[in-house]
Design a protein around this ligand. Structure first.
Ligand code: PGA
Length: 255
């Protein structure tokens, strides 16, 4: 069985103090969510403090980005080794805000995925089309390109560990989520691509999430679809009660 995930992407929100208060509040309740893997991805500055607070708990820490080189003259960048050292288990790579605002290419994302695995971090690889691409009927070709280049350097040992997040760009931060059917169709397409590359057993074990305007009141519709293994949540992950409720709705499907 694929263990479902509720992952929170905090983006550029919360100081260390605010992040620590969130973490303490989360731990008051999260013990009852054992069947769901909880991943919290704060800004870099909060990683050391949260790593201490989450130590020995089931909550796993993730980063939101990293560089593809392990060290070097890359002003302003953070390496996989640095993330590992401060307790990260996961790293979000290829988020649409990285691709569109910071012009990251699929080739760069692919290099990052390889480096993350090389440093014992599990990438959460994000893929998704813009509204123009969807309206022109290019959703599959865009997702194909992002996925194929993203996993180019992944070997079959690591393939099963990767987490993929299908996040249509038009659904992120807009309050306009995809329909569960649309999400499920693209996720089936991703799973087929994965099967072509790594074989059916691997494709049936890899976890694929939906992301984009997931809230407490719509998450159940997504996670009850058995092809959707959880959610990557932005805005609604910033409040501990809402984040826990989303994880609780996810758990409801599996219990
Ligand atoms: P949102 O963001 O839940 O605020 O739409 C999702 C994401 O960017 O991962």
């Amino acid at each position: 069985m694929r263990v479902p995930i509720t992952a929170g992407n905090w983006k550029m929100y919360k100081t260390v103090g605010e992040a620590s208060a969130f973490a303490e509040a989360l731990l008051n309740d999260s013990a009852s969510l054992a069947e769901v893997e909880l991943i919290v991805c704060p800004p870099f500055t909060s990683l050391p403090a949260l790593s201490k607070i989450f130590e020995g708990t089931p909550v796993v820490l993730g980063a939101q980005n990293m560089h593809w080189e392990t060290e070097g003259a890359y002003t302003g960048e953070i390496s996989a080794r640095m993330l590992k050292e401060v307790g990260c288990g996961y790293v979000i790579l290829g988020h649409s805000e990285r691709r569109h605002i910071f012009r990251e290419t699929s080739e760069e994302v692919g290099k990052k995925v390889e480096t993350a695995f090389g440093n014992d971090l599990i990438p959460i690889l994000c893929v998704g089309e813009t509204i123009e691409e969807r309206e022109q009927g290019n959703t599959e070709s865009v997702v194909h390109e992002q996925l194929a280049k993203g996993i180019e350097g992944v070997d079959s040992n690591n393939a099963v560990k990767l987490v993929i997040a299908y996040e249509p760009v038009w659904a992120i931060g807009t309050g306009k989520a995809a329909t569960p059917n649309d999400a499920s169709d693209v996720i089936a397409f991703i799973r087929n691509l994965y099967a072509d590359r790594f074989g059916k057993p691997v494709s049936e074990s890899v976890r694929i999430l939906y992301g984009g305007s997931v809230k407490t009141n719509n998450v159940y519709e997504f996670v009850k679809d058995e092809s959707i293994d959880g959610t990557l949540v932005g805005g609604a992950s910033l409040d501990p009660a809402s984040f826990l409720q989303i994880a609780g709705e996810t758990r409801r499907v599996y219990s």
